[in-house]
Design a protein around this ligand. Structure first.
Ligand code: ATP
Length: 198
């Protein structure tokens, strides 16, 4: 692809992907003038071992459904198709060789930014990608902001939505249409995920 292409990389468990994820991706695309945004479901998230509720193919199907109508958004299989744990640095290095000369932007929520110094080869991550950071209500007041000189804070209304809360509510049979895009709800219903009652 062309040199200088601005690529946003938004990784996550996406268990399930929710409307706030899409709002963050849209804000990143507009505010950092990205040519495209890749949503990258992790195969085995290193920090969430034993805490992933849905298999990678189902999580990928939900992400693919969520971005189907979004120009410049793509669901990426890059981590799912790779052997072993999903380290962000491996993904960034792979994308740099697939798209020589591209500019990478890593999109993260504020909670992930606080955690980032403990990720594998964190210094290499921030050397390779600028950080686009979404505020998150429960962590927004946190004292130390790591890598502040590499961060751009996204202007977006903070939202308390989380996949954890959504999983609980789905299992309780609540209506999640305010929080989940309709195509994602369809995949959940069709595949019988989260013991959702439909
Ligand atoms: P879980 O509740 O299962 O931990 P989650 O809602 O945090 O899930 P992830 O798939 O783990 O979703 O998140 C992917 C990325 O999106 C992370 O960088 C996370 O910080 C960010 N993110 C998710 N929800 C929000 C939110 N409400 N506000 C800001 N960032 C968020």
């Amino acid at each position: 692809m062309s040199n200088g292409e601005r690529i946003g990389v938004f990784g996550g468990t996406f268990d399930p992907v929710h409307k706030t994820h899409l709002d963050i991706a849209r804000a990143a695309r507009e505010q950092a003038r990205l040519d495209r945004v890749l949503l990258v479901p992790a195969a085995t998230p290193p920090h969430k071992k034993g805490d992933v509720h849905t298999n990678a193919e189902d999580r990928f199907a939900m992400v693919a459904a969520a971005v189907a109508g979004e120009p410049n958004f793509e669901a990426s299989r890059i981590e799912i198709d790779r052997e072993g744990p999903s380290y962000t640095i491996d993904t960034l290095e792979a994308l740099s060789s697939i798209h020589p000369g591209c500019l990478l932007f890593l999109i993260v929520g504020f909670d992930s930014l606080i955690d980032l110094p403990r990720w594998r080869r964190a210094e290499d991550i921030v050397a390779r990608a600028r950080l686009l950071v979404a505020p998150r209500p429960d962590t927004a007041g946190n004292a130390q902001v790591p890598y502040a000189d590499r961060c751009q804070l996204l202007r977006i209304t903070p939202s308390a939505v989380s996949s954890t809360e959504i999983r609980k509510r789905l299992a309780a049979g609540e209506d999640l249409s305010p929080w989940l895009p309709a195509p994602v709800l369809r995949v959940i219903g069709e595949r019988g995920l989260y013991h959702a009652h439909y």
